[in-house]
Design a protein around this ligand. Structure first.
Ligand code: LLP
Length: 431
């Protein structure tokens, strides 16, 4: 997280003081670094430059309009999973012809909308879906570009809830069944078999499973190209990022010395390019977390410090409804004080106000002693942070700020409380 660092005692995002932003916009507050987003996108593009490729940013990881506009401006494609995400991309000025539409449950309305917008490809997850896309395309007198998502049955060695490439989960079509599925799909007149796709999981911290999957699938890709003339192979997303000691990642030597597991774009490219190059097809990637994860933080204010006989609870104004990853995946997010604090550390549970025992950001973690009114930053919160937020406990969706050097802009206003129930009505017989 090069762009997140202390200047003196103050945490900064690029040239902006986090405390000043928190005072101005209130908390809980998401802050994104434009420089990090840009660098990550460029680094991956550069590493993959030896092959014709397209980076399709996984919109599900962070769909703020400013984030999408920035990436669209860098020439990015987008990996979308709903009609809603396609509308967001269009609203942000993204190019539908650079969009791939994934997901196991596409509705007819979504398929129709995506066809009318001219997406690059539907990444199809089942044979019934192929039939449905063919039927919608027939009705619209169009030819739908499709790729089937193949499940390589490779263990991504990541968290069970974010492993997708084994036969234990709902995604894709089994590797062995792919030739038959393409053979049948080729007979559906309103489909064009444009590519093949896979995605083995998220937050992978080693390149080996990626390399194993590519190696396993490459001969099949060559076969599909020869038989059906496919033009692309999407190798999915999943490149993991550093969550522990994330601030120190600005100092590569120290970071490597500490034996942290992470993947650089150079390692990723080095491991995959040899097999990909010889295929001679266009390579698509669908990174989400790699681009947005280390680009964002969630800033929260300490409301109370509650010491019990057993615990030191730091009760903050952010909660699981703002960032669900710790509660949902037991995910680790580094927590640092926005104004540096000295002194001894104390084992602390940082918890939110939501009425759930699972509403914690960390448990028994040695943290500096904080006081009411202090700000804390949860690092690496740019991916699967705001996008997974909810209104649970009638808590407003947080505000979001984009930083660019010494400039900052509010890119999503804090949700006004009455907006939370604005779509609700009282049933007429209750009036
Ligand atoms: N492509 C496909 C088909 C996917 O299913 C996903 C993520 C991606 C690309 C992007 O993966 P990434 O590069 O971001 O790892 N909410 C979870 C992560 C869920 C990932 C779902 N699929 C978390 O907070 O860790």
């Amino acid at each position: 997280m090069h762009d997140f660092h202390y200047q003196g005692s103050q945490l900064h995002v690029e040239g902006m003081s986090v405390a000043a932003l928190a005072r101005k916009y209130g908390t809980p507050l998401y802050i994104y670094s434009q420089a990090t987003l840009t660098r990550r996108h460029r680094e991956l593009n550069q590493a993959m430059a030896p092959v014709e490729h397209l980076v399709c940013f996984a919109v599900k990881s962070n769909s703020n309009q400013s984030v999408l506009r920035l990436l669209a401006g860098l020439g990015s494609g987008f990996d979308i999973v709903s009609g809603g995400e396609l509308q967001r991309v269009l609203a942000a000025g993204g190019d539908p012809r650079r969009c791939v539409f994934a997901g196991v449950g596409k509705t007819e309305a979504e398929i129709q909308f995506a066809l009318q917008q001219g997406v690059y490809s539907f990444n199809v997850e089942s044979e019934p879906e192929l039939q449905r896309i063919n039927a919608v395309a027939r009705r619209l007198k169009k030819i739908a570009p499709v790729a089937v998502r193949l499940n390589p049955n490779v263990d991504a060695r990541t968290h069970a809830k974010i492993t997708t490439g084994t036969y234990e989960n709902k995604f894709g079509v089994a590797f062995e069944e792919i030739p038959g599925v393409y053979g049948r799909a080729a007979r559906l007149p309103h489909l064009r078999l444009r590519g093949v796709q896979m995605h083995i999981g998220s937050q992978l911290t080693e390149v080996a499973p990626f390399a194993q999957a590519v190696k396993k699938v490459a001969p099949l890709v060559a076969q599909l190209q020869a038989r059906h003339g496919i033009e692309f192979f999407s190798i999915g997303g999943g490149i993991g990022i550093v969550y522990r000691d994330a601030l120190a990642s600005g100092q590569p030597a120290w970071w490597r010395g500490a034996g942290k597991k992470f993947i650089t774009p150079q390692q990723y490219a080095a491991a995959l390019l040899p097999a990909l190059r010889s295929l001679g097809v266009k390579i698509l990637m669908e990174p989400g977390r790699y681009i947005s994860g280390n680009a964002g933080i969630l800033v929260t204010r300490v409301e109370y410090v509650k010491r019990t006989g057993h615990k030191n609870f730091v009760i903050v104004d952010g909660a699981m409804n703002d960032l669900i990853r710790p509660a949902f995946y037991d995910a680790y997010h580094e927590i640092v004080p926005v104004t540096k604090l000295g002194g001894a550390r104390i084992a602390s549970d940082v918890v939110g106000p939501v009425c759930e025992s699972g509403d914690y950001f960390c448990q028994d973690r040695p943290l500096p002693r904080v006081r009411e009114g202090d700000y804390l930053a949860l690092l690496s919160a740019g991916a699967y942070g705001f996008v997974m937020a909810s209104n649970y406990n009638t808590r407003a969706l947080a505000a979001e700020v984009m930083v660019h050097g010494r400039k900052a802009a509010l890119v999503r206003a804090r949700q006004p409380i009455p907006a939370i129930w604005s779509g609700e009505t009282v049933a007429p017989w209750l009036k």
